[in-house]
Write a protein that binds this ligand. Structure first.
Ligand code: NAD
Length: 373
C-alpha cells in the first residue's frame, strides 16, 4: 500500500477531453513517481446515466449529474474541468471557493476579463491551477525551446505557426459550443494552442495585426433550423515579438484534409527549426555551420535524451502519443500541487493566452495593428 498522500479527483465532462484526462492520470501514475496517490473519486456529466457509464468504464467510485454537489464535496481535492468553454468560469470559481485545486481545459474562459477573475480568485485562495495546453508538454518542443535559448539558431528573425484541422470543414455539421459567439471560433479553440507555442518558443508577443474570417455563416441548430455563425473559421495574425522577431500564426478548423497540423518554423541567423505535430516525435534542424555541400535539415528523433521521454520508453525512436502528453501535463501539475515546482501553465498563463486572442480579435475588427496589453 502506498504511503503517499491521496489526491481525490472530481472530473466534470466525459467527452473527448474527459477521456484524455483519465488517460493522463492513469498513465502518469504508472510512468512517473508522482507525489500523490491519485484516486478517481467522482465523475460528473449532464445526465446521471452518462456519468455512471463513464464511472464504470474509467474506474471512478461515484457518478453524479450535479457538478455543484461534487465540487462542494469535502472528499474532493482537485476539480478537473473538461466541459464546454462557457461553463469553465462558474465551475472553476465554485471549486476555488471550496478550496480545491483546479485543472481546466483551454481556452480558460470566453473573455479575458473572466480569465482574469479566475486567475485572481485562484491566487487569493492559494490553490494550484493548470490549463490544458498539452502540446507544450512535448519533449521536442522543450528541445526547440532550449536550442533557441542557447543561441544555436543565432539571432531569431522569423516565426511561422499554424494550427489547422478539418473538424468544421463540413458545412452541414451542427452548431456546437465551439460556435458560441462568446468565446468560440477557430482562433480561441485552436489558435490558443498556436499562440501558446509561439510564446513558449520565442517569448512575449508585443504587437498583433489580426484577420478573422467566417466562411460557413450558418449551421443547423439543435432544432434542425439554420443558426447564424458569427465566429471565425479562420483566424490569422501577424506578430511582432519582444526579441525583435516577426512572425505569424494561423488557426483554421476548415482546413480540408488536415487532422492535426500544430506546426511551427523558426528562422535564425545561424540555423532553423521545423516541426509538425503530425510527426511530433521529430524536430528538424538546419545549421549554417554544417560543411558546405552537407547542409540540410537533419531529423532529430525523440529519445531518452529528451526528458521525460525516457520515463515512458528506454528505446529511442519508439514514439510518444497524444495521451502521453496529457500524462506529462498531469505529472508537472501534481508536482506543482506538492510544492516541488512552479505551476507549469496555471490560470495566469491561461489569462495571457486569452489576452492575446482578444487583442487579435480587436485588431481584426479595427483593421489595424494593436499592442498586446
Ligand atoms: P465534448 O463535447 O466531447 O465533451 C464535453 C463534455 O462536457 C460532455 O461529456 C458533456 O456532456 C459535458 N458537459 C456539458 N455540460 C455539462 C454540465 N453542465 N455539467 C457536466 N458536464 C457537462 O467536448 P471536448 O472536445 O472534450 O471539449 C471540452 C473542453 O476541452 C473544451 O474547453 C475544449 O476547448 C477543450 N479541448 C482541449 C483539447 C486539448 O488538446 N487540450 C482538445 C479538445 C478539446
Amino acid at each position: 500500500m502506498s504511503d503517499k498522500p491521496k489526491l481525490r479527483i472530481g472530473l466534470i465532462g466525459t467527452g473527448f477531453m474527459g477521456k484524455t484526462h483519465v488517460f493522463g492520470f492513469a498513465t502518469a501514475a504508472k510512468v512517473f513517481d508522482l507525489p500523490f496517490e491519485v484516486e478517481l473519486h467522482t465523475v460528473a456529466d449532464v445526465t446521471e446515466s452518462a456519468a455512471r457509464k463513464a464511472a464504470e468504464a474509467w474506474g471512478f467510485a461515484h457518478a453524479t449529474a450535479d457538478w455543484r454537489q461534487m465540487v462542494a464535496d469535502p472528499a474532493i481535492d482537485l476539480v478537473d474541468i473538461t466541459a464546454p468553454n462557457a461553463l469553465h468560469k462558474d465551475m472553476a470559481l465554485a471549486a476555488i471557493r471550496a478550496g480545491k485545486h483546479v485543472y481546466c481545459e483551454k481556452p480558460l474562459a470566453p473573455l479575458a476579463a473572466d480569465a482574469q477573475e479566475m486567475a485572481l480568485a485562484a491566487e487569493a485562495a492559494g490553490v494550484r491551477t493548470q490549463v490544458g495546453f498539452n502540446y507544450l508538454c512535448n519533449p521536442m518542443l522543450h528541445l526547440a525551446h532550449d536550442m533557441i535559448a542557447a543561441g544555436e539558431l543565432g539571432e531569431i528573425r522569423a516565426y511561422r505557426g499554424v494550427h489547422a484541422e478539418d473538424y468544421m470543414a463540413d458545412a452541414t455539421g451542427p452548431f456546437t459550443f465551439r460556435h458560441d459567439p462568446a468565446g468560440g471560433g477557430a482562433l480561441a479553440d485552436i489558435g490558443s494552442h498556436a499562440l501558446a507555442t509561439a510564446e513558449f518558443l520565442l517569448g512575449p508577443i508585443t504587437r498583433v495585426m489580426g484577420d478573422c474570417v467566417t466562411v460557413i455563416d450558418s449551421r443547423p441548430g439543435s432544432d434542425g433550423q439554420p443558426r447564424a455563425v458569427e465566429v471565425d473559421d479562420i483566424g490569422r495574425a501577424f506578430l511582432r515579438f519582444a526579441n525583435g522577431a516577426s512572425g505569424s500564426i494561423e488557426a483554421n478548423w476548415i482546413a480540408t484534409g488536415r487532422k492535426m497540423q500544430h506546426d511551427f518554423e523558426v528562422y535564425g541567423s545561424k540555423g532553423a527549426l521545423v516541426f509538425s505535430q503530425e510527426r511530433f516525435n521529430e524536430l528538424h534542424f538546419y545549421a549554417t555551420t554544417d560543411a558546405a555541400g552537407r547542409r540540410g535539415f537533419r531529423r532529430i528523433e525523440a529519445a531518452p535524451d529528451h526528458a521525460p521521454y525516457g520515463a515512458f520508453c528506454v528505446a529511442p525512436g519508439h514514439q510518444l502519443g497524444f495521451n502521453d502528453l496529457k500524462a506529462i501535463e498531469v505529472a508537472g501539475y501534481l508536482a506543482a500541487i506538492a510544492g516541488k515546482r512552479a505551476e507549469p501553465f496555471g490560470f495566469r498563463a491561461g489569462l495571457r493566452i486569452q489576452t492575446l486572442i482578444e487583442t487579435i480579435q480587436n485588431s481584426a475588427r479595427a483593421g489595424s495593428w494593436l499592442a498586446v496589453p
